[in-house]
Design a protein around this ligand. Structure first.
Ligand code: 3DU
Length: 261
């Protein structure tokens, strides 16, 4: 991803999400997605797909075409399927999404390693693809799961769930960590654990209330942006603005200013 970011001069991952369409009108979604991607690709490094398109368009039909289109524009593709089942099922899920062309998929570390995440990482390794782990989600109730206090099974000490997940992301050599832009203080804390070894992908910019500046300042490497772009009157202009402000924020992190004050 770092190479693509450099080449495309962008750290913006577009969440290619659209509002619900009646199933009989689902072909409109393909045209919408195709048109949007055609207009915004110069300002992106990757496209993230979700059930918004996989359900109505089908993985090996519409979605595969969009994945191909993204690749032709030099973009990486991520499937946000938040894999969360037993290993035998996860393996099949991973095989299908990678077969459809996805470069990486998102998985939920709550399932644990043996017969959980391990089969996904094994498929990813065999096919040279990526696995990105959810470390702290962006929504209001994220604290109920990711923020709970657990007892570290190795030390018996109290530990925050997301701290444990961040340590595991390092241990498993995950290709990315999802941390919500709505919780910049969590990004900062998790970034301290991950350093530059596992890049932070941050969703929740705009529609969910997070800001690009705060997420980047706290240590996020990539910004995941959906509705702010997909529902904009002029998606190309909006994507360019977000890309430009993200580049500026990266060059001029407010922390650097602070350090000099
Ligand atoms: O709020 P937006 O429209 O910018 O979309 C954010 C996307 O990222 C959307 O696909 C959502 O399902 C996904 N996502 C989160 O928003 C928060 C997470 O913790 C993980 C994924």
């Amino acid at each position: 991803m770092a190479e693509t970011e450099k080449k495309k001069e962008s750290n913006i991952v577009l969440a290619l999400d659209f509002p619900f369409e009646k199933p009989e009108n689902r072909k409109n979604l393909f045209s919408k997605a195709e048109q949007l991607l055609g207009g915004v690709h110069p300002y992106l490094c990757a496209v993230k797909f979700n059930h918004h398109l996989v359900l109505p368009l089908g993985t090996f039909d519409g979605v595969r075409k969009l994945v191909k289109m993204a690749h032709e524009e030099g973009l990486m593709t991520i499937m946000d399927c938040k894999v969360n089942d037993i290993g035998a099922t996860n393996q099949i899920v991973a095989e299908y999404y990678y077969a459809a062309g996805f470069d990486a998929l998102i998985a939920n570390p709550f399932i644990g390693w043996e017969e959980g995440l391990k089969p996904i990482f094994e498929v990813a390794k065999r096919l040279s693809r990526g696995v990105i782990l959810l470390i702290y989600m962006s929504h209001k109730a994220a604290a109920e799961g990711y923020g709970q206090t657990i007892l570290d099974p190795e030390t018996g000490e109290k530990l925050l769930q997301y701290v444990s997940f961040a340590k595991k992301a390092l241990k498993y050599s995950a290709d990315g960590a999802i941390v919500g832009a709505t919780y910049p203080e969590k990004i900062r804390e998790i970034h301290k654990i991950l350093g530059e070894k596992v890049p932070i992908y941050s969703p929740g910019i705009g529609a969910q209330g997070g800001t690009a500046q705060a997420a980047l300042n706290a240590g996020a490497s990539y910004l995941i942006v959906g509705r702010e772009i997909t529902l904009a009157e002029n998606p190309g202009e909006t994507a360019k603005k977000i890309r430009d402000s993200a580049r500026f924020a990266k060059r001029n992190p407010p922390d650097v200013f602070h350090d000099h004050l």
